[in-house]
Design a protein around this ligand. Structure first.
Ligand code: ADP
Ligand code: MG
Length: 273
């Protein structure tokens, strides 16, 4: 129903992102690596959707395909009801290794997207400055990335992504390198920013607590070739607080996810019976 709706231009559902039948292989030293197999998923308006799966299952590849920087072998990507396969510029994308430019100040790193889009540096700075406080970067606008903590660097990279001014954001393991306490603080902070922005977020993680705490829905992927094996709506109330991670409801979701993921990690390591 979904596909025929799209193809006839009669989409009834307000999908922000729709991924249909995406398959991807890489050829590495004459060997074929089957990274993604028939991936189907979607995200609705203002929804926060997480994709979780074992390392190497194709999560970053999936984001590269959704953002249009990589082409799928098969399948299609629709953004805002329009086919956008192989087309860049429709989403804000914070890649897994989103490095700040070391020779640019925090402020000038933040405005990179606006500059690329053709805005004058002075106007771009003017637009970015009032947002620094919200991102915990006030007073650091003229600092260089090396002078920032890990959490601040990630907030600066996230600000840069937000300033691309897209209503869909792809965040690839943004908190992966942070210590547990910083990570918990950043998760609550991200939720508060997301609620104010009203954007759709697709979030990649391999952290179960993070997935449950943040998400409206979670897609669990299999080991490579990555394929959606489970879709779990999370009905915990909002606003979410980190202390919720010990509630019985939270632990139920966590158990379901852990079971599904452990099976996949074992498979990825060739350790199944
Ligand atoms: P994840 O983000 O889930 O850890 P990736 O999407 O980074 O997984 O990678 C999925 C698989 O595809 C891995 O085996 C990886 O080595 C391979 N891969 C990713 N990008 C390329 C590429 N450009 N060339 C060759 N192989 C790649
Ligand atoms: Mg990755």
């Amino acid at each position: 129903m979904v596909e025929s709706d799209i193809e006839t231009g009669q989409a009834h559902h307000q999908y922000k992102v729709l991924v249909r039948g995406v398959t991807k292989s890489f050829v590495e030293q004459a060997r074929e690596v089957h990274a993604l197999h028939d991936v189907n998923l979607h995200a609705m308006d203002a929804e926060l959707v997480t994709v979780i799966g074992p390392s190497g299952c194709g999560k970053s590849t999936l984001f590269n395909i959704i953002s249009g920087v990589e082409s799928p072998g098969e399948g299609r990507v629709y953004i805002n009801q329009v086919e956008a396969t192989n087309t860049v510029g429709h989403v804000g994308y914070m890649p897994q290794k989103d490095l700040l430019l070391p020779w640019r100040s925090v402020l000038d790193n933040a405005i990179l997207g606006m500059e690329v889009a053709g805005m004058k540096r002075a106007s771009a700075r003017e637009r970015a400055l009032p947002m620094l406080a919200e991102f915990g970067l006030e007073g650091f606008e003229h600092s260089y990335p090396h002078a920032l903590s890990g959490g601040m660097r990630q907030r600066a990279a996230f600000l840069r992504t937000v300033l691309f001014q897209k209503d869909i954001l792809l965040l690839d393991e943004p908190f992966g390198a942070l210590d547990a306490l910083t990570r918990a603080t950043m998760q609550e902070w991200l939720l508060s920013v997301w609620e104010k922005l009203g954007t759709t977020i697709i979030f990649v993680t391999h952290d179960v607590d993070e997935a449950v705490l943040l998400s409206d829905r979670i897609y669990v992927m299999t080991a490579r070739p990555g394929h959606v094996k489970l879709e779990i709506p999370i009905h915990l109330p909002r606003p979410r607080r980190y202390v919720m991670v010990t509630s019985p409801e939270f632990l139920d979701y966590k158990r379901t996810l852990l079971e599904a993921l452990q099976e996949e990690s074992a498979r990825a390591l060739g350790m199944t019976a």
